[in-house]
Design a protein around this ligand. Structure first.
Ligand code: GLN
Length: 533
């Protein structure tokens, strides 16, 4: 079934093989026809993760980057749409030399080609390929066909891992293997025999069930891997290694056993996660919040993970709360409730819904000295709030929300304007890594301890340099500037304990053992604020 944890399982397998000294990369193959995830609503798809080279990908790429501590690129991600698009482009260029181009084999061949390119580009000895979707559905069948063909061509070099859910029905109280047996057979009908089965369940897998799975799914008994629910996903690689999974995979791939297992730093991390007693309470103010908890977490996964990494760094537990900015529009006085938080974060966003509520929230935290961290739209909103309420620029706004504003403190350049006019929406925002020069003696300089940093972008609108001077005169600092195009990347406030807005998305670069510097300092300021309260 979906949401069973394929992404975390793939990333964790990568992690344990890395722990054995292998260089590993991971590829996500998504069945949908969209060329990338950029045109999908977060409530449809979850977060859009952005790579250094500006690809708008599935959130699983984020999991891979966090687990493998790697920087991946567009080679690590493909969709049905992307595969078809390149096959059709090749056909138009006569690359198939007059042949009839067919779904099979040309589509699977293109998929295999892309997998090989990913392995080469990332100099990987082992490549994990995660096929999105579920067994038995129609949509991912060509990815499975590619997988089958790959194994046929390289029998010793390819293994298959099925991630399956074993339910424990509450009325029955015991773990059921039948759905997994069906899944395994479904896989067989696509010409694929699983070598391993990751058994996701509430509880650990016992011996009788291992034996059943071995018999009915045709795997070795010790290739049914127990994967019970965990309190933190970062425990999954450790659990896999309790079952010596890296040994077993290396053996199946006929690879040398490599280094002795080394997961010490992760063990320490998981210890910290489990044993931190103090909490830091962060409020996230945004929209997309009225769709239920599940999509909510998925929509902001990198932001939440970054906050967690930072909290763990300070030996705290993260207590995160969702605050729907529309509430502040319906009833302005409710904004007072923000006083209970140790820090407030406004994440990225698009469109006008909830915007005035965000601005109200930012005014409150600015006036009450509550640590504030604005990401992308959160930076743009902070600028608008400051322009309106401190610099007296009446009705200041972003052109995205109010095309007729007298003060477009957030504006749009010619290229982006024509993209919109020509409806060229896909892959056309300012995307991927840009350099940012940090002003000495700023909050950002304290955080980064570097003069030039690189961060990833995903937006169309920009701070309007026309307003730099007047906002500066009122106490806003522009402490991060892109040296290549003179665009504002970071704004800060003087007369406030910690108020930072960034045009980029720092959440894409945080790692469990290496929190992103601004997140780390935001959480530090929030802990300080909590102690003072
Ligand atoms: N909507 C804003 C823009 O396009 C901000 C985008 C974002 O927050 N990712 O510029």
């Amino acid at each position: 079934m979906s949401s069973v944890g394929k992404g975390v399982a793939s990333a964790s397998i990568g992690k344990i093989l890395q722990g054995r000294g292998y260089s590993v990369t991971a590829v996500k193959a998504d069945p949908y026809v969209n060329v990338d995830a950029g045109t999908m609503n977060p409530t449809e798809h979850g977060e859009v993760f952005v790579t250094n080279d500006g690809d708008e990908t599935d959130q699983d790429i984020g999991n891979y980057e966090r687990f493998l501590d790697a920087e991946l690129s567009s080679t690590n991600y493909m969709t049905t749409g992307r595969v078809y698009l390149s096959v059709i482009e090749k056909e138009r260029n006569l690359d198939y030399r007059g042949k009839c181009v067919e779904v099979v084999p040309h589509i699977p061949e293109e998929i295999i080609d892309r997998i090989k390119k990913a392995a080469e580009k990332n100099k990987a000895e082992i490549t994990i390929i995660e096929v999105g979707g579920t067994i038995g559905e129609y949509q991912n069948i060509l990815f499975l066909e590619a997988a089958r063909m790959m194994k046929l061509e390289n029998p010793g070099d390819v293994i298959f891992v099925l991630v399956s859910y074993l339910p424990i029905p509450s009325k029955v109280g015991e773990m059921k293997t039948k759905p997994t047996q069906h899944a395994s057979r479904g896989l067989n009908s696509a010409g694929i025999q699983a070598d391993f089965i990751i058994c996701r369940s509430e509880k650990t897998l016992d011996t009788p069930r291992r034996e059943r799975l071995a018999i009915f799914c045709g795997i070795q008994k010790d290739h049914a891997v127990s994967a019970p629910d965990v309190s933190t996903i970062y425990e999954v690689p450790l659990n896999f290694e309790k079952e010596h999974l890296s040994d077993k995979i290396l053996k199946s791939l006929r690879l040398p056993m490599g280094k002795k297992r080394n997961m010490e730093d992760w063990k320490k991390l998981v210890n910290t996660i489990k044993n931190s007693r103090q909490t830091v309470k962060i409020g996230i103010v945004g929209k997309y919040f009225r769709t239920g908890k599940f999509t909510l977490i998925d929509s902001y996964i990198s932001v939440i993970e970054s906050l967690k990494h930072a909290a763990w760094y300070h030996k705290h537990k993260l207590d995160v709360h969702w605050i729907d900015s529309q509430d502040f529009e319906d009833n302005a006085s409710t904004v007072k409730k923000l006083a209970q938080y140790d820090g407030i974060l406004v994440p990225g966003g698009f469109g006008s819904r909830g915007v005035e509520g965000k601005i109200r929230a930012i005014k409150f935290v600015r006036e009450h000295g509550i640590p504030y961290f604005g990401l992308c739209y959160g930076m743009q909103m902070a600028t608008i709030e400051f322009a309106r309420n401190v610099a007296n620029l009446k009705n200041a706004n972003t052109l995205e929300v109010d095309p007729k504003t007298p003060h477009d403190v957030i504006t749009i350049n010619k290229t982006q304007r024509s993209n919109i006019e020509m409806k060229k929406y896909g892959g056309s925002m300012r995307l991927g890594a840009y350099r940012c020069k940090i002003t000495p003696k700023s909050l950002s300089a304290v955080a980064y301890q570097e003069k030039i940093v690189s961060e990833r972008h995903r937006h169309r609108y920009e701070f309007n340099n026309k307003y730099r001077k007047i906002l500066e005169q009122h106490g806003m600092r522009f402490t991060g500037i892109c040296p290549d195009n003179d665009l504002v990347e970071i704004v800060e406030l003087t007369n406030h304990p910690w108020f930072v807005g960034v045009q980029f998305h720092p959440e894409f670069k945080s790692r469990p053992l290496r929190p992103q510097p601004l997140f780390r300092e935001f959480v530090r300021a929030s802990i300080r604020h909590k102690r003072k309260k």
